[in-house]
Design a protein around this ligand. Structure first.
Ligand code: DON
Length: 594
């Protein structure tokens, strides 16, 4: 095109050249807009062709969270010039108000951040820690058996919260706004209230028995006469507003020291909990290297220990990369068989090797190496399930020394945030800190109470994940960023315990192997295997024929409730187009872009 202009101009006079150039200057931008629009439309059409679900589209920025108010406020922050981190922290605090089942300041989580200007990805670890007085046998009864009421629904079940420290660190490192600014929307919503949706009402009703045990929890989640809030009514949280205001005024110290820290300590002392004022004052969020692997030419970044998520997503992808999954097809018996075989082996390794890498040596490089996966694949039979009793943790190379909610954001500068945080269960321990208005996590249950004991998600734990003072309990949370040619491509992650790893994995596979648009990738029926129980757990939507084929290969097939809540974004860098997919498994979730 450029060549043609040069040659054709060459034959004419200067005046003609001038007029011609002027015309071109006018025509070219118009042509560019027309062609570009046509290209975008063609691209959209290609994205939607043959797909069952349509993502939300945007050209500039995209936010996907599990709650409409969090999405809208984060988007507003972007529109006013804030970046993805500003929007993420605002959304995180709003979720702590509007979605108390998982949004939190009394829990912890992980965040991945990838700025547009470099291909570096930073991981922020704000996982809870065991209190300094925690010890290995704290959840064992006189007979040496794990006491699940203690590890899940008592003051002992709470780890030292990390969310406020993590958010403050992320904002200080990468944000452009102050804590007070990003907190303001959450404070307003806590003070003035918000209209509760059905999901909120049903969530509280499902946990009523737990809340009834604690006057502070009853007072927060029920009306003064003890009756329940109904959908459409306004829910206010004055104590929480005060606690958030202290953070706005004093920074993270406004939570980890002073009045709030004293309220947490006195709550613990009254009810046999272990978190002390010093534990709070000493809490530190940590910047870590994310796990990095490749899958069919894409770069996959996900969370490193104390999460097992990144290690096992990369490990399972390494195994599956050795098969022609695209050819085998989405959710075909052959694909599900191989996924289950890969998953059961990875979860067996998880039970043996994974824990807080500040306390134990995790053979991370070995577990995610291509050579380790090549060795494992030799033991996978193409047409027969290997019973889990026959699977033991593998032998990866060398130790080197050293209701959860997920949201994804891409800002107008191309920066991306992938964040998963949690209280562990829906509403955590169910215990509201008296006077401070927020729920405590029950994350201590993610430690192994004793070798071989399972946590609430049936995940087996061993020595590597035993309870030790100040240690972080092993997690499955997997905020993930996939890059294509060094640029942000897929921002994803999910809640729901052990199924976080398999859910995130399937969104990646659905996009890369099965060429689905992001909404179809998120919506599609999921499968899961975690070594023990020895079963493939499936969602509704896997055909009876497929189930029969898999049963004939020796798999136990079990259909249970939906898995995950993967709020995801896909970036089409070439056309600067953003596609947002809210997971329909969570009715309050919302994607919005501009
Ligand atoms: O860190 C973990 O792996 C779990 N505590 C996450 C819990 C969870 O995802 C609950 N989800 N709805």
């Amino acid at each position: 095109m450029k060549l043609w202009i040069k040659q054709s101009c060459h034959r004419h006079s200067t005046k003609y050249r001038y007029t011609f150039t002027m015309k071109l200057l006018i025509i070219l931008p118009v042509l560019f807009v027309i062609l570009n629009t046509a290209q975008l439309q063609a691209n959209d059409e290609a994205i939607l062709a043959g797909q069952r679900a349509e993502p939300v589209t945007g050209k500039t920025a995209m936010v996907v969270t599990s709650h409409q108010l969090a999405t809208e406020i984060a988007l507003e922050i972007l529109k006013e010039g804030g970046n993805a981190i500003d929007a993420a922290i605002a959304a995180g605090f709003v979720l702590a108000v509007t979605q108390p089942r998982s949004g939190n300041i009394g829990g912890g989580g992980f965040m991945l951040y990838s700025p547009s200007y470099s291909d570096a990805v930073t991981a922020i670890d704000y996982r809870e820690t065991a209190p300094s007085k925690a010890h290995e046998k704290m959840f064992l009864d006189d007979m040496g058996n794990g006491d699940q009421t203690l590890s899940r629904f008592s003051h002992l079940s709470a780890g030292v919260p990390g969310t406020v420290a993590g958010f403050a660190l992320a904002l200080e490192k990468f944000g452009t706004m102050s804590l007070a600014e990003v907190l303001q929307p959450a404070i307003n919503l806590a003070k003035n209230g918000f209209v509760v949706p059905n999901r909120f009402v049903e969530g509280i009703a499902a946990r009523k028995q737990v809340f009834d045990k604690w006057p502070s929890s009853k007072a927060k989640f029920f009306k003064q006469d003890g009756s329940s809030y109904q959908a459409g009514e306004i829910f206010k949280q004055p104590d929480l507003a005060k606690t958030l205001q202290l953070i706005a005024d004093k920074g993270a110290e406004g939570f980890y020291t002073g009045e709030t820290a004293r309220l947490i300590e006195s709550e613990m002392q009254k009810h046999g909990g272990l978190i002390s004022y010093e534990d709070l004052a000493n809490y530190q969020a940590v910047i870590r290297q994310p796990v990095h692997g490749t899958y069919r030419g894409f770069d996959v970044y996900s969370m490193s220990p104390p999460s097992s998520g990144g290690v096992h997503i990369v490990q399972i992808l390494n195994l599956l990369e050795q098969y022609p999954i695209t050819e085998y097809g989405h959710n075909s018996a052959q694909t599900i068989h191989l996924m289950a075989e890969a998953m059961r082996r990875a979860y067996a390794d998880r039970a043996s090797y994974l824990g807080d890498s500040d306390f134990i040596k995790v053979p991370l490089k070995g577990l995610i190496s291509k050579s380790y996966s090549q060795a494992i694949v030799k033991n996978i039979k193409l047409n027969r399930a290997t019973p889990s009793v026959e699977i033991k943790a593998g032998n990866p190379q060398h130790y080197e020394s050293p209701e959860t909610t997920h949201f994804s954001i891409v800002d107008q500068f191309g920066n991306a945030v992938s964040n998963t945080y949690t209280l562990n269960f829906s509403y955590g321990s169910g215990i509201v800190v008296t006077g401070a208005g927020f729920l405590l996590n029950n994350e201590m249950d993610d430690f192994s109470a004793k070798p071989g004991a399972t946590n609430a998600y049936g995940l087996m734990g061993g020595e590597a994940n035993k309870i030790e003072p100040n240690k972080r309990m092993l997690s499955s949370m997997s905020p993930t960023i996939v890059k294509q040619a060094g640029k942000n491509f897929l921002i994803t992650g999910s809640p729901v315990g052990s199924r976080i790893i398999s859910t995130t994995l399937q969104v990646i596979m659905n996009v890369i192997d099965h060429k689905m648009n992001i909404q179809t990738a998120v919506n599609s029926p999921r499968i899961h295997h975690q070594w023990w129980p020895d079963e493939i757990r499936i969602e509704q939507g896997i055909s009876p024929d497929t189930i029969k084929l898999l049963t004939n290969r020796g798999h136990k097939m079990v259909q249970k409730s939906a898995m995950g809540g993967s709020q995801s974004i896909l970036v089409d860098q070439e056309n600067r187009r953003l596609y947002g997919a809210a997971d329909p498994r969570q009715s309050t979730s919302k994607a919005t872009g501009f």
